[in-house]
Ligand binder design. Structure first.
Ligand code: ZN
Length: 297
């Protein structure tokens, strides 16, 4: 089933809710980056969280970037998403698999301590980056803390990834709840009861629940309306042309070395691990040394 998210609001306009399934998204990232289970869980959670945060983007070219700059073995996570539901991301060190903690992935141990940086690039408001501390390293709690502290929107974030014995992603999903000041005490208590009843969101996704069904469970007893449904998928903006033009910024010496010692160059996109190969002739063209390919004089 393709991944998608739903955005909803309760009838009194005091609760915003976002729910996403992200199994294919998380598994595509795992496949491309060859992440090991703990890294798969961490990257899958971060990608799902980024997708949820992108739900309010609407104008062309808008995007959101999440950077978890932690000092754990994973060495940092970077994800971004645009208004079309295109999400991509990577971990610096994909080959991380730690012993489970309390029967769960030790994502906190893989991420370590440090900072959460979130950059929103919006059509009208421009670019804004906010920062907060990594408070747990479990990613969901860190995003909630960021939203509550840096953006003054009290939020709860639940993100989960289930990994199959063969290392592939069996289920991934997430829930983001934002409470506006008008949220009543009864509603808050109801939400807490509902979240408790739902349990782990990854298990709900694994059991086959759709985003609408998970939303129905999270907002049980509270009248609400679904405002939007949006597809999400792994997609990168890199192209061969862009990779080639990035080589143009290299020094003449570096290019010379690639041409004469390596006989070409290979560039790997950090975000999606796509490989781009360039021949010595293509490099000569950037180098301005067209000997051998030019008409002659
Ligand atoms: Zn790419």
């Amino acid at each position: 089933m393709a991944d998608y998210m739903v955005r909803a609001m309760d009838e009194s306009g005091s609760i915003r809710a976002f729910v996403a399934t992200a199994t294919a998204l998380a598994d595509e990232a795992r496949r491309r980056h060859d992440t090991w289970p703990t890294a798969t869980a961490a990257l899958g959670r971060a990608l799902t969280g980024t997708a949820l945060l992108s739900a309010t983007l609407k104008d062309e070219g808008e995007s959101i970037t999440l950077r978890l700059a932690g000092d754990g073995p994973i060495g940092g996570i970077t994800c971004d998403a645009d208004e079309q539901g295109q999400v991509r991301g990577f971990v610096r060190e994909p080959h991380v698999d730690l012993d489970p903690k309390n029967g769960k992935f030790d994502v906190a141990g893989a991420v370590g301590g440090g900072y959460v940086h979130i950059t929103r690039q919006l059509a009208i408001e421009g670019i804004y980056t906010g920062t907060s501390e990594i408070v747990s390293g479990e990613i969901g709690d860190d995003l909630a803390y960021y939203l509550t502290k840096s953006e003054q929107t009290p939020s709860a974030v639940s993100l989960g990834v289930r990994v199959a014995p063969d290392g592939s992603v069996r289920a991934a999903g997430g829930v983001l709840l934002q409470l506006l000041p008008a949220t009543s005490e009864e509603e808050r208590e109801q939400l807490e009861v509902n979240l408790q009843a739902l349990g782990a969101v990854s298990m709900a996704v694994e059991s086959g629940m759709t985003p609408e069904e998970i939303l129905g469970s999270v907002l049980a007893g509270i009248p609400y309306k679904i405002l939007e449904k949006r597809d999400i998928h792994f997609a990168c903006r890199c192209t061969r042309e862009r990779a080639l033009s990035s080589l143009a910024s290299l020094s003449k010496d570096d290019l010379h070395e690639m041409i004469h010692e390596d006989g070409g160059a290979e560039l790997v996109c950090q975000f999606c691990a796509e490989k781009y190969q360039f021949s010595a002739d293509e490099l000569r063209e950037i180098h301005g040394d067209t000997k051998g390919t030019a008409p002659g004089h």
